[in-house]
Design a protein around this ligand. Structure first.
Ligand SMILES: O=c1ccn([C@H]2C[C@H](O)[C@@H](CO)O2)c(=O)[nH]1
Ligand SMILES: [Zn+2]
Length: 126
């Protein structure tokens, strides 16, 4: 199950548009319905316009009418653990993300979302 999500993220990473950094990232979300939504990073000649894989996966999920992220798996090519950046953590919190899975030397490793974004600010705080 966890491995399936990592595999979906690996497939998405192959579609990354990363000509500037060469750092190809893939993300796969398991949503509230159990469906899987993927995203890759999309860079731009105006570097700051780059969108991360995780936010593209969240946008794909919302665009399909879902609002709940159960788990997100994130992979990058170098075999190192890659965690969502701060901006993506904030966006994932908006949609109730519970778990982050990253690839490691020993296979997929899971972290509770609150561990990577403690004291998060979200819709419940407004
Ligand atoms: O978690 C991450 C970290 C980085 N990137 C992208 C942004 C940029 O295209 C490249 C280098 O930062 O990797 C992601 O998509 N997700
Ligand atoms: Zn990000």
């Amino acid at each position: 199950m966890r491995e399936d999500l990592v595999r979906a993220a690996e497939e998405a990473a192959r579609r990354a548009y990363a000509p500037y950094s060469g750092f190809r990232v893939g993300a796969a979300i398991r949503s509230g319905s159990g469906r899987v939504y993927t995203g890759c990073n999309v860079e731009n000649a105006s570097f700051g316009m780059t969108i991360c894989a995780e936010r593209n996966a969240a946008a794909a999920m919302v665009n399909s009418g879902e609002r709940k992220v159960k788990t997100i798996a994130v992979v990058s090519p170098d075999g190192e653990r890659t965690f969502p950046c701060g901006a993506c953590r904030q966006v994932l919190h908006e949609f109730g993300c519970e778990e982050v899975v990253v690839r490691s030397e020993n296979g997929a490793v899971s972290y509770p979302f609150r561990e990577i974004l403690p004291h998060a600010f979200g819709p419940e705080d407004l």
